[in-house]
Design a protein around this ligand. Structure first.
Ligand SMILES: C[S@@+](CC[C@H](N)C(=O)[O-])C[C@H]1O[C@@H](n2cnc3c(N)ncnc32)[C@H](O)[C@@H]1O
Length: 253
């Protein structure tokens, strides 16, 4: 028997606008569409003001990612696609005033909020870079990099290469976010529908949403991946070791 929320979801799917949007998602995923920077900028420009409220349910998840990153006092940390700076506080608590936090974010509207947070908290060890992760001039070599809820970055080899070139040997990389629950799993359609609704404005492509970490894994063999929430989320972690990086990927310094 259908429970109430499943019935609501089915009614929602049946709406013509939802059907069109879902069909576009399928087309885009099948075609393997690359991230679309223009669309991402447009979406985040429009939702910057409501972003934190809309994604507050992800706070526990964010805390888990920072725990896995395990920033230490005095370290240099990259927060890639830092958005409004939702991860700054727990990172700051760990690195302390002797550390350095570098936020990279391509949406000026999102970064403006991150900047306001830094001002409010009086943090003097935070640098914000308004640029795409592909092109950002990252001002330091970091001890660790966080990629929290940044599917577009995870699907961009150029962005990943730029980030990894700025993580020291022995440095840590932790990435995490939403993914499709394997379609054969019971309840997958209903779970993936919720995931799609939550994420459709946060990603510009669903390409690679089955294994969002696959491009990172191509650069960092030995990536450890943990799936959570019945397969609807993941955390991928690795240590950058010189011997373990794939040849041809790294620019020589
Ligand atoms: C879902 S939000 C996550 C924000 C933040 N990490 C958090 O946990 O709340 C994704 C962010 O990544 C940014 N972003 C997407 N593609 C990017 C890219 N190629 N370079 C830099 N930032 C990007 C978006 O503008 C957006 O602020």
């Amino acid at each position: 028997m259908l429970v109430h929320h499943q019935l609501q979801q089915l009614l929602e799917i049946a709406k013509p606008r939802t059907l069109l949007a879902a069909a576009a998602t399928v087309r885009q995923a099948v075609a393997g569409a690359a991230p679309d920077r223009g669309r991402a900028l447009e979406h985040y420009g429009a939702m910057a003001g409501s972003y934190e409220l809309r994604t507050v349910s992800g706070d526990q998840w964010r805390r888990q990612l920072v725990l896995n990153l395990a920033p230490r006092p005095g370290e240099v940390i990259l927060d890639v696609g830092c958005g409004t700076g939702r991860n700054f506080e727990p990172i700051q608590q760990r690195i302390g005033p002797g550390g350095r936090l570098i936020g990279i974010e391509q949406s000026p509207e999102m970064l403006e909020r991150a900047h306001a947070l830094v001002q409010r908290r009086g943090w003097t060890n935070v640098e914000l870079v308004c640029a795409s992760a592909e092109e950002a001039a990252i001002p330091a070599t970091a001890d660790a990099a966080l990629l929290c809820g940044v599917h577009d970055v995870m699907r961009s080899p150029a962005a990943l290469a730029n980030v990894l070139q700025h993580v020291r040997e022995g440095g840590r990389i932790v990435a995490g976010g939403a993914k499709w629950v394997p379609w054969r799993r019971s309840g997958a359609v209903s779970l993936n529908l919720s995931t799609w609704k939550l994420n459709r404005e946060c990603v510009s492509t669903f390409e690679g949403f089955q294994r969002p970490w696959s491009r990172l894994n191509a650069l960092l063999p030995g990536l450890h991946v943990e799936e959570m929430y019945f397969g609807g989320g993941y955390i991928a972690s690795a240590t950058r070791s010189s011997g373990a990086t794939r040849s041809g990927v790294w620019r020589t310094r």
